[in-house]
Write a protein that binds this ligand. Structure first.
Ligand code: NAD
Length: 326
């Protein structure tokens, strides 16, 4: 019988992407088969009760090995990381978590014979010397942030483990991810989530990027679809592994504000760029994702209009019920 993949461990499961990926993986594979791990507990009670949780600091290799053995894990989704803005505030921590965490996951995969591993990269892998429009799959990777350089190292390390040890590692370079379940954890594209909460709650938002900062973005349902589709792709068809360019939409804060105004005409925005402006200025405006489209059939469902309509509908309903939070 071919090996089946249904004993899953998710690192960083309490984060923006982890919380929602956990939900779809537990729906697909059964709650008991998907172990959530993080250094902080899951905030959402419904998700907390839907399956097992263990505290795991990904810098601790022995603990990771112990959990893989205890739960007979065959697949890891490695989402634990320190993101771009948090990483610039504490570059030493970003190095430790992102580099050693990724190394520990890949080493566990090699030594313990895991069937498949997912490790996301980011558009932060690019830098100011990279072409900023329709950034190609193969291009200059000279990021200026600690986060970005750990992502480049992670991509290269994943390729090394595929080539030298036959480990099946997959991953994409996510753009900024927009969602309404769990708030983002310290990235440069976080404004594109905060703006919706503030628009619904207060009708105005002060943006930490300038009006014309165009960045690639993606709505969470497309992000989740991309993870599931890439993990199910035929390994033999993949020429790339953990560095797929991925695109869905690109917009500036001014364009997003205009889109929100179509639904909330009184919405106001002003701009107070901070240190994150320099990070945004070093990233692409748009991405060429033709390799992902060709090798595993990637295609997004949401554009700016579809995403904004859905975000506002969900958050407005939550606000009306007095459950918006922040
Ligand atoms: P997040 O910050 O929301 O969540 C990361 C989680 O990792 C948090 O719950 C945190 O508690 C946990 N964590 C931090 N240090 C840890 C440690 N030492 N051990 C174990 N857990 C630890 O991040 P996210 O947005 O969910 O990102 C998930 C992955 O996707 C990351 O690899 C990130 O680089 C990548 N990514 C995200 C975006 C985005 O816009 N959200 C964009 C590009 C790439």
């Amino acid at each position: 019988m071919p090996p089946t993949m249904n004993r899953i461990l998710v690192t960083g499961a309490s984060g923006q992407i982890g919380t929602e990926l956990l939900k779809v993986l537990r729906h697909k594979h059964g709650g008991a088969n998907v172990l959530a791990t993080d250094i902080q507990p899951l905030a959402n009670a419904e998700i907390r009760e839907s399956g097992p949780f263990e505290t795991l600091n990904v810098t601790q290799a022995a603990r990771l090995d112990e959990l893989i053995a205890k739960y007979r894990i065959d697949t890891v989704y490695h989402l634990a990381a320190i993101l771009s803005a948090s990483g610039e505030k504490n570059p030493q921590l970003a190095w430790d978590v992102n580099i050693n965490g990724t190394y520990n996951v890949l080493e566990a995969a090699r030594r313990l014979g895991l069937l498949r591993v997912y490790i996301p990269s980011s558009i932060a892998a690019f830098g100011p010397e990279t072409p900023r429009d329709r950034t190609p799959q193969e291009t200059v990777l000279r990021p200026k942030t600690m986060y970005g350089l750990t992502k480049v190292a992670g991509e290269l390390l994943a390729d090394y483990y595929v080539a030298h040890f036959g480990v099946d590692v997959r991953g994409s370079r996510f753009p900024g991810i927009i969602s309404h379940e769990t708030l983002p954890g310290g990235g440069t594209t976080d404004y594109a989530v905060a703006i919706f909460y503030e628009a619904v709650k207060n009708g105005r938002y002060t943006c930490f990027l300038g009006p014309d900062s165009c960045l690639p973005m993606m709505y969470m349902p497309d992000c989740l679809k991309s993870v599931l589709d890439l993990m199910e792709a035929d390994f033999g068809r993949l020429k790339h592994h953990a560095d797929f360019n991925l695109a869905a939409m690109s917009f500036t804060p001014a364009e997003l504000a205009a889109e929100i105004r179509r639904h909330l005409p009184g919405f106001q925005i002003d701009y107070q760029p901070d240190f994150r402006q320099a990070i945004a200025d070093s990233w692409p405006r748009s991405i060429d994702d033709s390799a992902a489209r060709k090798e595993w059939g990637w295609t997004p469902d949401y554009d700016l209009a579809g995403m904004a309509k859905d975000m506002l509908a969900v958050l407005s309903a939550r606000h009306a019920a007095g459950k918006l939070g922040i």
